[in-house]
Design a protein around this ligand. Structure first.
Ligand SMILES: NC(=O)c1ccc[n+]([C@@H]2O[C@H](COP(=O)([O-])OP(=O)(O)OC[C@H]3O[C@@H](n4cnc5c(N)ncnc54)[C@H](O)[C@@H]3O)[C@@H](O)[C@H]2O)c1
Ligand SMILES: O=c1ccn([C@@H]2O[C@H](COP(=O)(O)OP(=O)(O)O[C@H]3OC[C@@H](O)[C@H](O)[C@H]3O)[C@@H](O)[C@H]2O)c(=O)[nH]1
Length: 319
């Protein structure tokens, strides 16, 4: 088991770790998906429902969960700012109580647990690009803090359970990720721009438009998370695509690829919007042998195809 975090800190473990679950030696993977459907959709799981090695449980992670597992991918949390700000008390409960419950489960059954933390732990970063050693610049009482401070506490809980109880932990710091099957009304920038362009609406660039993000395609992200879970390093490890774009550049790219006739309009921004974000992925490359393969220009059309199907708007021949 990993005794050292990827940033080199030693972590004294005060108790022997729980015995690993015997499921770890089972021949076949079985998957139990747990979701309260706040932002998720059963539609995305249609393909698996009825499969003999797949189970789906409607459950809220703020309540304890009793199942037998050997790996826990703890992703449950609204991630789009409009959804995580909608009920901030619930968001922080999901991050704190939800993570405590998942760690309690990991401890009871001896499972390894991976937390999907976020680039938002760096806040409005004063270092660029962001390395894992950077402690961040976060407003602890702002409207985003239910999410960014919530994830910071979740990381703390992970390391405390690791040090105190010997739980095998993995922490991924995910940077903006997009792809097919995102909720069309998710509210995050890539899905907004693609849906707007397909509907022939103006693309809403929030002011000033010079703020940057780095966008990772979903299959690259999944590959990174599986490598992190299977590897020897606790993390935290940044997983993201270092290609950095201003929101105006993103709008221009979507316009060019989806519909060059749509307009781009500047609209009001929300408080505490980070001004720049780009991962340093040296650790992911060195420790996991991971780097993203899909560029933004390759990923956007794949998402456009899926959105067009769901919105029932075929691509015009002359586009
Ligand atoms: N996509 C990104 O850009 C990004 C970036 C950083 C971190 N992350 C993290 O990755 C994870 C997944 O993000 P996503 O983009 O797929 O978000 P999403 O909102 O599309 O999916 C989150 C899922 O969690 C479920 N959920 C929310 N609260 C829950 C609760 N209390 N109990 C059970 N289920 C609950 C939702 O119904 C949904 O299925 C989140 O933890 C998010 O913080 C995502
Ligand atoms: O319609 C829009 C939506 C958003 N934006 C801008 O696009 C940028 C990205 O905004 P998003 O809402 O997609 O996501 P953010 O980068 O703010 O946060 C995300 O980052 C990391 C994750 O943890 C979360 O998935 C999410 O919180 C912001 O600068 C925002 O102002 C627009 O210009 N127009």
């Amino acid at each position: 088991m990993a005794k050292e975090s990827s940033n080199g800190d030693q972590h004294t473990i005060t108790r022997p770790p729980p015995t690993p679950s015997p499921l770890r030696f089972s021949k076949f993977f079985q998957v139990i998906a747990v979701d309260n459907y706040f932002t998720g959709s059963k539609d995305n799981l249609k393909k698996w429902i009825g499969h003999p090695r797949f189970e789906l449980i409607r459950h809220d992670v703020t309540q304890p969960l009793l199942v037998e597992v050997d790996q826990i991918y703890h992703l449950a949390c609204p991630a789009s700012p409009i959804f995580y700000k909608y009920n901030p008390v619930k968001t922080i409960k999901t991050n704190v109580i939800g993570t405590l419950n998942m760690l309690g489960l990991a401890k009871r059954v001896g499972a390894r647990i991976l937390l999907t933390s976020t680039s938002e732990v760096y806040g409005d970063p004063l270092e660029h690009p962001q390395k894992e050693e950077y402690w961040g610049n976060v407003n602890p009482i702002g409207v985003r803090s239910c999410y960014d401070e919530g994830k910071r506490v979740a990381e703390t809980l992970m390391f405390d359970y690791h040090r105190q109880h010997g739980i095998e932990i993995r922490i991924a710091r995910i940077f903006n990720t997009y792809g097919p099957r995102m909720n069309i009304d998710d509210g995050r920038v890539v899905s907004n721009f693609i849906a707007q362009a397909i509907r022939g609406e103006s693309l809403t660039v929030q002011a000033p438009g010079t703020q940057t993000r780095s966008f990772c395609y979903v299959s690259d992200m999944v590959d990174g998370l599986i490598r992190l879970m299977g590897g020897d390093h606790t993390g935290p490890i940044n997983i993201g695509n270092p290609g950095e774009f201003t929101m105006m550049e993103l709008a221009e790219t979507v316009k060019e690829l989806v519909d060059p006739t749509v307009q781009v309009k500047i609209v009001e921004n929300t408080p505490d919007d980070p001004r720049q974000r780009k991962p340093d992925i040296a650790k992911a490359k060195g420790l996991l042998g991971w780097e993203p393969k899909i560029t933004l220009r390759e990923g956007l059309p794949l998402m456009e195809d899926d959105f067009r199907q769901r919105l029932a708007v075929p691509k015009k021949q002359n586009n």
